[in-house]
Design a protein around this ligand. Structure first.
Ligand code: ATP
Ligand code: MG
Length: 212
């Protein structure tokens, strides 16, 4: 039996065609079902539904053998106990620094001002600003980062951007890219050895489908 950890929403949706390519169909819709362990058409594969940011933790401890998680989540997690197998080229976006329209970010950076940054990605943001030599106070949020600069909680945010519509709707502008994001297949290190005959074909099919 192999257990695959996925999050609901875009990762589940964008993974479905990859699973289909491997002959795996999830038998329940996680958006409708309250079940957290979902059967598939293969009696040796099951899917567990967890928070996007919890996927690496389930795989790290072997509660799931494999999982799919965004680069944002993996960098923040650190990757202990995980093999990052392939870039699936799904759930693509960019991690950006954004500020209120009219806030002169470049000038603030040049003048050595101390910046308040609100984000869910504390350790990634910390590393980014440390590498630039910018002094920051980091404020941890769990969602709706766009609000923080509008109500004076922070000068800037570090968040994921795809179309830019949410930023625009809130009079924010992206001023710096931190990294490009896509989702990766991750594998528990012990599971890869112990269940290689089940996991290896999946890795191969996923990587063919992802590059097609
Ligand atoms: P949680 O509910 O745990 O806070 P979340 O809101 O981050 O999770 P999603 O919005 O489904 O969950 O994001 C899951 C992953 O999809 C993210 O980790 C990221 O890699 C990617 N992602 C997030 N936002 C976008 C976007 N706008 N476009 C494309 N991919 C995205
Ligand atoms: Mg989200």
């Amino acid at each position: 039996m192999i257990t695959l950890a996925l999050s609901k929403g875009r990762i589940f949706e964008e993974t479905t065609p990859l699973l289909e390519a491997a002959g795996i169909t999830c038998l329940e819709n996680p958006e409708k079902s309250r079940k957290l362990i979902l059967p598939t058409n293969r009696d040796n594969v099951r899917i567990i539904i967890v928070r996007a940011s919890d996927v690496p933790t389930y795989v790290q401890y072997g509660a799931a053998d494999i999982g799919i998680a965004g680069r944002d989540v993996l960098v923040e997690h650190g990757g202990t106990g995980l093999y990052q197998m392939i870039d699936l080229n799904i759930a693509k976006c960019r991690m950006m620094v954004a500020v209120r329209e009219g806030f002169d970010y470049d000038n603030a950076v040049r003048s050595g001002a101390r910046l308040r940054i609100a984000t869910k990605y504390i350790s990634t943001a910390k590393a980014h600003f440390a590498a630039k030599g910018v002094h920051v106070d980091l404020i941890k949020l769990y969602g709706s980062m766009e609000l923080a600069p509008l109500v004076g909680l922070s000068d800037a945010i570090v968040d994921l951007v795809s179309s830019g519509n949410t930023l625009r709707a809130n009079n924010l502008v992206a001023v710096e890219e931190i990294m490009s994001i896509s989702s990766r297949l991750i594998v528990n290190q012990a599971a890869l050895k112990l269940k290689r005959e089940l996991i290896q074909p999946l890795i191969e099919t996923f990587s063919e489908a992802a590059n097609a």
